[in-house]
Ligand binder design. Structure first.
Ligand SMILES: [Zn+2]
Length: 312
């Protein structure tokens, strides 16, 4: 706020659905300041200083230090805005939102032009403050009004909600016994995985960007694997084209069986440090993921280059 303006109390920031309520209250406080500015302008032209005002949703109380001076420049007016929402006060102090910016601009103007002292004060609702009932009634009437075109919900807020919802659904699926809809292969692979997390495992740092893509393809069974290419009609059969076994080129074939990568698999076994060579070890443990990173890097399986060199 302005240098003289005092924002006295604002401690906690309510998040979640209250953000929109806080926005509405902040708009109300802005309205109150605009109203006060109108008063100041009228009074200045008549050489009478105004005393106080209040926003509609927040409580309304008489100013503690009403001013009765003839010139606002000699005895600057005190303007008290009482708000019963700490979140709204926080909103007004914030950066990057239009309401806060407008409020700051008005406060600055009032301070510089009229020497006003602006006090935005939090007070608990229904604090026996004269005007609170009126403010509540006005707020209820306001709800019946058509929605103001000024009210908006930011895209980032909507994105955040969509993201939260997606995470919630994924978590539910993850914890559901006998998970369905995520594919047999992937479901089997991740059954031993612990709690659901939205952060990548630290062992995944061992992967380069391209190798991580290969890791995801192997984990989901979707990508450069012949079994998948066959399903989507990009291959005439599912057979592994790296060995002559005639076996389907699945994730488990490439990681556990394919003769073409026997020497790399020896290293893989060593890197597993005693863990059994299974898909669960490779995809669900830290040591396994690290070992798999080296295996993918040395074999190049499921990378673009590997897919191109089919004849090798
Ligand atoms: Zn093979």
């Amino acid at each position: 706020m302005s240098p003289e303006g005092a924002v006295r109390s604002a401690s906690s920031w309510n998040t979640g659905p209250w953000i929109e309520v806080a926005d509405a209250e902040a708009v109300a406080a802005l309205g109150a300041l605009q109203h006060a500015l109108g008063h100041l302008q009228t009074q200045a032209s008549q050489s009478h200083a105004p005393s106080h005002t209040s926003s509609h949703a927040p409580s309304h109380a008489p100013s503690h230090t009403p001013s009765h001076a003839s010139s606002p420049l000699i005895d600057p007016p005190d303007i008290h805005v009482f708000i019963d929402s700490q979140a709204a006060i926080q909103r007004l102090q914030g950066r990057g939102n239009a309401i806060a910016q407008q409020t700051k601009d008005i406060a600055k103007h009032m301070t510089e032009r009229y020497g006003a002292r602006i006090h935005i004060t939090w007070c608990p609702g229904h604090e026996r403050i004269n005007g609170n009932e009126i403010a509540d009634q006005q707020a209820k009437l306001g709800l019946k009004k058509p929605i103001s075109p000024k009210a908006y919900v930011s895209i980032s807020r909507l994105r955040g909600l969509a993201r939260q919802e997606a995470i919630k659904q994924w978590r539910q699926i993850h914890h559901r016994p006998g998970r369905i809809g995520i594919g047999k292969h992937y479901g089997r692979l991740t059954q031993d995985l612990g709690a659901y997390t939205t952060r990548p495992h630290k062992a995944l740092k061992a992967f380069t960007k391209h190798d991580l893509s290969a890791y995801i393809q192997l984990k989901t069974g979707i990508g450069s694997l012949r079994t998948h290419l066959y399903i989507i009609g990009k291959a005439t059969d599912k057979d592994c084209n790296r060995c002559n076994s005639g076996l389907s080129q699945t994730t488990s074939h490439l990681l556990l069986d394919c003769k073409r990568y026997d020497s790399e698999r020896k290293e893989l076994n060593k890197a597993l440090k005693g863990l059994p060579l299974t898909l669960q070890s490779l995809f669900c443990t830290g040591i396994g993921r690290q070992a798999l990173a080296s295996y993918i890097s040395s074999t190049g399986i499921c990378t673009t280059k590997w897919l191109r060199n089919r004849a090798e």
